[in-house]
Design a protein. Structure first.
Length: 210
């Protein structure tokens, strides 16, 4: 289980020499810690970590439908940031029978057939050619790990506090123009980032697709 945001803030105050919270309040540090959390998620995506990748449940796309949106129907997963792969199959088929869909910049202007064939990520929606029959779709996507807003919120990533803490302190120092203190903390921040990234990857090999 991941630690709460409060743990990262406590670590940050060690690097800020402010363990009594005399200078850096929670209200001041939380927005900085949120930025550090976003940086960590981006780095995890860069290396293909499974912690920021997800697979949707079956999504039924009815005959003639040409999009999957957050408003629906059909509806995108709420935690989806961007899709990177789609597969489709007949509604009566089981998952191993699914076939790859082809990503396009824009959907080609051709007639619909019995399969969806193409998809495009446009304006935060998956656009489709559409099919003459109902189809089941599974989306593989980059997901958002909720950004903690309260000290009691979980960081959502194992060992994240090891990076978020020192990185928060480094950004805090830089916000005051204290470049010397920033430079002194950054090696620790970078080392912990590499440790957290390694912990999340496990035996995962780099993905073929972005």
């Amino acid at each position: 289980m991941s630690q709460q945001l409060s743990v990262a803030l406590t670590t940050a105050r060690v690097f800020l020499n402010d363990t009594p919270k005399a200078v850096w309040t929670d209200a001041q540090l939380i927005p900085i810690a949120q930025e550090a959390h976003r940086e960590l998620q981006s780095k995890l995506w860069e290396v293909g970590s499974p912690v920021v990748r997800a697979q949707s449940a079956d999504i039924t796309v009815t005959a003639g439908s040409t999009s999957i949106t957050f408003a629906g129907p059909p509806t995108l997963p709420a935690d989806l940031l961007t899709p990177f792969r789609l597969i489709e199959r007949a509604t009566t088929d089981i998952l191993p029978a699914a076939v790859e869909m082809t990503e396009q910049t824009f959907i080609p202007t051709i007639a619909q057939t019995g399969i969806l064939q193409y998809w495009a990520w446009i304006d935060e929606a998956i656009q489709l050619l559409g099919a003459t029959a109902d189809r089941k779709v599974v989306i593989f996507y980059r997901k958002l790990i909720p950004i903690p807003a309260l000290t009691t919120d979980p960081l959502g990533i194992l060992h994240a506090e090891q990076f978020v803490g020192p990185r928060t302190a480094a950004i805090a120092h830089l916000s005051l123009g204290n470049k010397t203190a920033y430079d002194s903390i950054m090696p620790e921040s970078t080392m912990k980032l590499n440790m957290v990234v390694a912990a999340q990857r496990g035996q995962q090999t780099p993905p073929i697709k972005p």
